[in-house]
Design a binder for this molecule. Structure first.
Ligand SMILES: Cc1cc2nc3c(=O)[nH]c(=O)nc-3n(C[C@H](O)[C@H](O)[C@H](O)COP(=O)(O)O)c2cc1C
Length: 348
């Protein structure tokens, strides 16, 4: 048996169409700067994400052939469908960056445009959420990318009062310019990541533009996700909820009626250890020991939920800073799970 069998046991449903792609389900991993590096995407594809996003990638960096930026275009063997998300402040820079990102042989399946980032260093370049204030530039950017022949997925936020266009007008403009899907985060730029996301505006846009809206914002539970799908959203982005609970994909797929492999539906400590070791090895190979320890600790915080003894493991992990040391602790972590015989779903 393969160590990581597919999450869906039988392809009991036809593929799920969203944004010009046919995927296994409507549940995707959101773009997360500093998080969705290749081994993280591989980890979540294994855990049931039907597609994943890169971090937002600077087109100016790609044009300058900055080595770090170019490295962000890497896709690992075994990853599922990946959407590359780009950012720039004007159509020309975006187009030139896209030429590199979408060059022949690329493994990306669609191209995203970040029109949502509220951070000052992105806004001051006229990129991210600044584009909500410059609709003509935003629409020209979508149009500029359509020539590459990939589905174009701008990601935006709710447009607050005082902006040139309403959210509805902005979505319409993007779709008229050739976008295949609009990913809509129901927070305003001023909210950044705080406060509640406005789910109702996402639901209203989904009714207004059937099959064209992908939902984002406050996605923490299967119920949050089915709210968006019931409202008519074409797909849903899992972001902080998936970081906090890596099994949110599998739990939601089961909740939605998909046939989910028991190894993910009822994950044993042994299986979670295996996932974590493989994950840390992957990050270590790409980014080195320190980063691997940091990433593995972040993932560890969401794994082993509710299992007796996990506190001891987390405390031991907090005391080390290299992957080699953390790996040793994780390998021995069986001793922390006092009641492991309770979990029977694993045959690895
Ligand atoms: C750490 C972090 C990094 C993010 N990076 C990006 C990014 O690179 N591109 C983007 O479009 N959105 C980015 N986002 C926004 C998320 O994709 C998502 O829209 C947002 O977190 C709302 O979903 P949530 O409330 O379910 O977390 C980021 C969010 C966080 C918390």
């Amino acid at each position: 048996m393969t160590r990581f069998p597919p999450v869906l046991t039988s392809p009991s449903r036809p593929g799920w169409e969203t944004g010009g792609l046919v995927l296994d389900s409507p549940l995707m991993l959101a773009p997360l700067a500093g998080v969705t590096i290749p081994p993280v995407r591989l980890f979540y594809s294994r855990l049931g994400a039907s597609a994943t996003h890169t971090e937002m990638i600077s087109c100016a960096g790609l044009i300058r052939t900055n080595r770090k930026t170019a490295g962000m275009l890497q896709v690992l063997p075994g990853e599922g469908p990946v959407i590359v998300q780009l950012f720039a402040g004007d159509p020309d820079t975006l187009s030139k960056g896209a030429e590199t990102a979408l060059a022949e042989g690329t493994l990306f399946r669609a191209v995203g445009i970040n029109m949502a980032c509220p951070m000052p260093k992105v806004l001051k370049k006229g990129a991210g959420a600044r584009l909500l204030e410059n609709p003509d530039t935003a629409f020209a950017m979508v149009k500029a990318l359509t020539r590459f022949g990939f589905p174009v997925w701008p990601k935006i936020r709710k447009c607050p009062p005082g902006y040139p266009l309403t959210t509805e007008e902005f979505c319409r403009g993007l779709l008229d310019a050739g976008a295949s899907l609009v990913c809509l985060h129901g927070r305003t730029p001023a909210q950044r990541y705080a406060g509640e996301a406005d789910r109702d505006i996402v639901a209203r846009m989904a009714k207004m533009f059937p099959g064209k809206i992908c939902a984002s914002g406050d996605v923490y539970s299967p119920r949050d996700i089915s709210f968006y799908l019931d409202a008519g959203c074409s797909s849903v982005l899992l972001a902080r909820g998936a970081v906090a609970d890596p099994f949110l994909f599998a739990r939601t797929l089961a909740f939605l009626g998909y046939d989910v492999h028991n190894i993910y539906g009822n994950p044993s400590p042994d299986f979670q250890i295996l996932l974590l070791l493989d994950f840390g090895d992957g990050v270590s190979a790409l980014c080195g020991q320190r980063m691997a320890a940091l990433f593995a600790k972040r993932i560890l915080a969401g794994l082993f939920r509710g299992m007796a003894g996990v506190g001891g493991l987390r405390r031991a992990a907090a005391s080390v800073s290299s992957w080699t040391d953390l790996r040793g602790i994780i390998e021995q972590s069986g001793e922390y799970f006092e009641r492991r015989e309770k979990y029977s779903g694993c045959t690895v």
